[in-house]
Write a protein of this length. Structure first.
Lengths: 337, 85
């Protein structure tokens, strides 16, 4: 095709097309496309706000995400109520559980009657356990086991027994210091009584453990059963001041180092503390607690035994050397004479 | 000199027993010195303290305690030697 062959209309159309192409090509941007340069300030601010909605902020939290800080008081209350429906509260009582406040009089009377009946059946177990606190000797193992089992079903039985027993141990430890050091019979009797009480206490705890009692249970957990620290300290002082050694639960397999510490600080007492760690199910290694068996040497006794044996060997070696020295001296004197 | 056996058995002792043994040896030496002083008609009125393991002394206290005894024995020996010469 030649330009000379085109009509005037065709040429005008071509010129119009060329003009149109020329207009687009230099920028390669469609004239309808919105350009930042063509925007006013309001448009730019809107665009920036839109961009922010889809990018995480400096905290890494998307600005659209609902945070506690962004909630109203009512929203927070609603959220808390929702959460409480599915979690026990600080009291350990599930919020959906029927409470006394939601009951009518008849329901309350029924519950009271049930509690009364239950308490009546607790009485013989309470009486038996009370008698054990008064005289801590278990004559019938089955009776003791039954009482322990009952205490696992009735918190009041367990709580009553533990409270009475630990109070009595505390009282006996407190009373000990008024005993005359020279009154050996009284010291021995008081010592034996404490040993029996702590032995009973320990037996109760370990019987619970043997029967699968969960010491983490909310309420009377292991902390609630713990002997007061002042009792442990009191036992420690009695040992030091009266130069006696309680036959109480002690850690086993502690080796010579523990023996030294035992000797120095009467470490028998922490044996009680470690018992709780054992009951809690924590990993214990050398803290493993064992029952004291009559006739078995405690770490302190083992340590004393070794110490005495070393002293004996030294004395023997010293005596031999003295004798040898004297004999040599006599021999020299004899030679001189 | 001490025999190796005696040294070894001494090393094995509990630290409080070692202190007691040292104190006991000094008391014995003190007694020998007394005998010597009596032999030379010298005043033998002096005492070597007995270290009590139950008194909880620290290392410094113990060294002072022992040094007092050693110095006392030395003084008594000097008086004996003076007489001998």
């Amino acid at each position: 095709m030649n330009i000379d062959d085109l009509t005037d209309d065709q040429i005008r159309l071509l010129e119009a097309q060329n003009k149109l192409i020329g207009k687009f090509r230099p920028l390669d941007i469609h004239p309808d496309r919105v350009n930042i340069d063509s925007m006013d300030d309001d448009q730019i601010r809107t665009l920036e706000a839109q961009a922010r909605r889809y990018e995480p902020g400096p905290s890494g939290i998307h600005p659209d995400r609902v945070t506690l800080e962004s909630m109203s008081y009512d929203q927070l209350r609603t959220l808390e109520a929702q959460r409480n429906r599915y979690e026990p509260g600080p009291s350990g009582i599930h919020p959906d559980r029927v409470t006394i406040d939601s009951m009518d009089d008849d329901q309350i009377k029924t519950i009271e009657a049930q509690v009364f009946a239950r308490k009546q059946t607790d009485i013989p177990f309470n009486q038996y356990l009370d008698s054990l606190v008064d005289s801590p000797v278990i004559e019938n193992e089955q009776q003791f086991l039954d009482a322990v089992m009952r205490s696992m079903q009735s918190n009041s039985v367990m709580e009553r027994f533990i409270n009475k027993l630990t109070e009595k141990i505390g009282q006996k430890v407190f009373d000990f210091k008024s005993i005359d050091k020279n009154d050996k019979a009284k010291v021995e009797a008081a010592k034996s009584e404490i040993e029996q009480l702590v032995g009973l206490y320990q037996k109760f705890l370990y019987t619970l453990k043997a029967n699968g009692w969960n010491f983490q249970t909310i309420g009377l957990g292991v902390e609630g059963m713990k002997l007061d620290d002042s009792v442990s300290m009191g036992l420690w002082r009695i040992q030091k001041n009266y130069d006696i050694e309680f036959k109480l639960p002690i850690p086993a397999d502690l080796g010579e180092d523990y023996g030294k510490a035992f000797e120095r600080e009467a470490k028998m007492v922490p044996g009680l503390t470690m018992m709780y760690d054992d009951l809690r199910g924590r990993e214990v290694n050398w803290h493993q607690v064992m029952n004291y068996h009559p006739g078995e040497l405690t770490p302190s006794q083992r340590y004393k035994q070794r110490r005495e044996e070393r002293m004996r060997k030294f004395e023997q070696a010293r005596q031999t050397e003295m004798q040898t020295s004297l004999e040599k001296s006599m021999a020299v004197q004899g030679m001189v004479r | 000199m001490m025999s190796p056996n005696l040294k070894e058995t001494f090393k094995e002792l509990d630290v409080n027993d070692k202190k007691n043994v040292i104190s006991r040896e000094l008391i014995l030496i003190g007694e020998f010195v007394k005998k010597m002083k009596e032999h030379y008609d010298l005043d033998a009125d002096f005492d070597i303290k007995n270290y009590d393991v139950n008194t909880e002394t620290n290392e410094d206290d113990y060294l002072l305690f022992i040094y007092e005894d050693i110095f006392e024995i030395e003084k008594q020996l000097i008086s004996v030697l003076s007489r001998m010469e």
